[in-house]
Design a protein around this ligand. Structure first.
Ligand code: ADP
Ligand code: MG
Length: 584
């Protein structure tokens, strides 16, 4: 089973159409209403002419006034409805893009997460998607309605006089060439502006995520400078984009003035030679005048599209990061499910092609049930063993199997639903204590919850807190002590009723009393399930059924405490120093 999936690369406009497609009817309806608003606006001069005629012929003006009032009200109502429908549709497009992107980012593979800045990914969901709003309404609708009006006007011009149409199109073509030079610059500046917004997000995330350390290091000013630099870069690039957009808009305006004058000159000469009537020339000039608004609209649509395309490219980039395939969540194993067995066979692994190997052919087997401890110096690759079991990373060679089945053959959600994992730094998420505990098993009953609170000795804490389980724990659990955070993480893992429990230095911050209590709990759990611990204290290890001694990415020795003290000098040394120096 392939673990990686990426979205296919498509041009920005196809990506946009993908987001717009579900809303095409509403968008079309909105565009029609916008056209109708324009049309009712165009009727107004005719009704006004009727009114003036009635006045000058001493006829009653009631009907004309009524007609005018009706037209004005209709115009306003249709206009309001049209802009509401368009805006609503645009918001739906933004919502669709945000849904797609956030679902995708939650499925990112861990190596892709290692390489990305969360703040920048966040900006892609929050800021870049926002730009799709204008692209949908201004660009798509502007291009549609403006283009339609443009074609209609050009057809009318052709009917009036082909020669003058040729002159006009010649000028428009020259302007088009200039615009062709300007437009890519808008795109480039917009892209840089959005990248800078991403960099600002990354910068902010780094600073706010560690504000205590930043303050304690007296680094506020330097961090401030980084955030400001990104904000200023975004400003600079946006201003550049604005400059080119203004140039584009006014190039179009200038072109129309030039067309007007050229038509006047050429047409005037043709009137002088008798080739065309004055009336024809006047009508044509009126059309040149009419051409102005749709051309501005189309140019506006194209320039607006450039910033949207830059945002779409950034969204597309995020969608092309390697992700795990979408799969429905797997149910947790039944409470009486058999514990899992585990084996590593000659596993070689490195985090990237340009990094040294972390595991140089790791081999060990863990039978179902019992406590297995991993010990070894910091950097030996203990945490990496757990990451590989969770399939956060893929080994380069060798086979890891759970229940005798290679990980490749496991459906990812099913594999992970069998495992309870307490990470080395025992993260707690913001939200309530209850949210945190039930994260891995929202269906856990009150009885089970109470029991686990007891075994992890969290019951005292919960009783002390004014809001009990509903107390908010702050960002990354800052309102809890380090030891409390670890116990919350252990309780969370236990509530998953795991067939395989992975504890990575999970009790390193506990005091002696809590540590001893949890050691008993873990020993208890190990009677019915398979428990792997990365141990930091000798006391955890002496009671383990087997100890895997790791050094520099290899298994040095496997055995019980008694055996290893005799047989392995490294272990004997670690044991002598009580493991205190090995936390890592
Ligand atoms: P231990 O838990 O035994 O202290 P780890 O498994 O955490 O060791 O790390 C083993 C080696 O891999 C270390 O040299 C560490 O720097 C490196 N390492 C750990 N995680 C990553 C990562 N995400 N990317 C690159 N290198 C990593
Ligand atoms: Mg570690």
């Amino acid at each position: 089973m392939s673990l990686t999936e990426t979205a296919p690369e498509v041009p920005a406009w196809r990506l946009l159409l993908g987001y717009v497609r579900p809303h095409r009817r509403a968008l079309f309806g909105g565009a029609l209403l916008a056209l109708a608003t324009g049309a009712t606006g165009l009727l107004l001069p005719l009704v006004a002419r009727g009114l003036i005629d009635d006045l000058s012929h001493d006829r009653p003006i009631g009907r004309a006034l009524l007609g005018m009032a009706a037209l004005v009200v209709t115009n306003a109502a249709v206009g309001a409805l049209g802009s509401y429908v368009l805006r609503r549709t645009a918001e739906s497009v933004v919502l669709g893009a945000r849904r797609t992107l956030s679902s995708y980012l939650l499925r990112l593979r861990i190596p892709a997460v290692d390489r990305s800045e969360p703040g920048d990914l966040m900006a892609r969901i929050t800021s870049d998607t926002t730009l799709l709003r204008e692209v949908t309404t201004d660009s798509l609708v502007g291009l549609g309605t403006g283009g339609l009006t443009l074609v209609a006007t050009v057809v009318m011009m052709g009917l009036v006089d082909m020669v003058l149409l040729g002159v006009t199109l010649g000028v428009v073509l020259c302007a088009g060439t200039v615009l062709g030079l300007i437009v890519p610059r808008i795109n480039r500046a917009s892209r840089r502006a959005q990248d800078a917004v991403g960099a600002m997000g990354a910068s902010l995330e780094r600073t706010l995520g560690a504000l205590r350390t930043v303050k304690a290091s007296g680094a506020e000013h330097r961090e401030e400078r980084n955030v400001h630099a990104a904000a200023e870069e975004s400003w600079r690039q946006s201003v550049r984009a604005a400059r080119w957009s203004a140039a584009a808009g006014n190039t179009a305006g200038l072109a129309m003035q030039v067309a007007f004058i050229t038509v006047l000159a050429v047409g005037g000469a043709r009137v002088a030679t008798g080739a065309v009537h004055v009336g024809t020339l006047v009508a044509f000039l009126l059309y040149v005048f009419y051409l102005m608004s749709p051309i501005q609209q189309v140019v506006g649509a194209v320039t607006q599209y450039q910033s949207g395309a830059a945002a779409l490219a950034r969204i597309q980039e995020a969608l092309r990061l390697p992700a795990e395939p979408a799969a429905p969540p797997a149910p947790l194993p039944a409470p009486d499910a058999e514990p899992a067995s585990l084996a590593f066979e000659d596993v070689r692994f490195r985090y990237a092609d340009d990094l040294p190997y972390v595991h140089h052919g790791m081999t060990f087997a863990v039978p179902a049930r019992g406590l297995t401890a991993f010990v070894g110096p910091s950097g030996a690759g203990k945490t990496t063993v757990f990451s590989l079991i969770e399939r956060f990373y893929e080994p380069e060679a060798g086979v890891i199997s759970v229940d005798g089945l290679p990980l490749d053959a496991w459906e990812l959600p099913r594999l992970r639903s069998a495992i309870g994992y307490v990470e080395q730094d025992a993260p707690v998420l913001s939200g309530s204590l209850r949210d945190n505990l039930l994260l891995g098993n929202p269906e856990a009953g009150e009885g089970e919850l109470t029991r686990v609170l007891g075994t992890t000795r969290l019951d005292g804490l919960v009783a002390r807190l004014p809001n009990g389980l509903d107390t908010l724990v702050g960002h990354r659990g800052t309102k809890l002590s380090g030891g409390e955070r670890q116990r919350v993480a252990i309780a969370r893992a236990l509530l998953r009723r795991p067939r395989l429990l992975l504890l990575d230095e999970a009790t390193s911050q506990l005091d002696a009393v809590n540590e001893a209590a949890l050691r008993d709990t873990v020993a208890d759990v190990a009677r019915t399930t398979t428990v792997l611990v990365v141990a930091h204290r000798l006391s955890t290890v002496t009671s383990a059924d087997r100890i895997v001694v790791m050094d520099a990415g290899r298994v040095r020795a496997v055995g019980t405490h008694r055996e290893l003290v005799e047989a392995d000098p490294l272990y004997a040394e670690l044991a002598a120093t009580q493991f205190l120096a090995t936390a890592g």
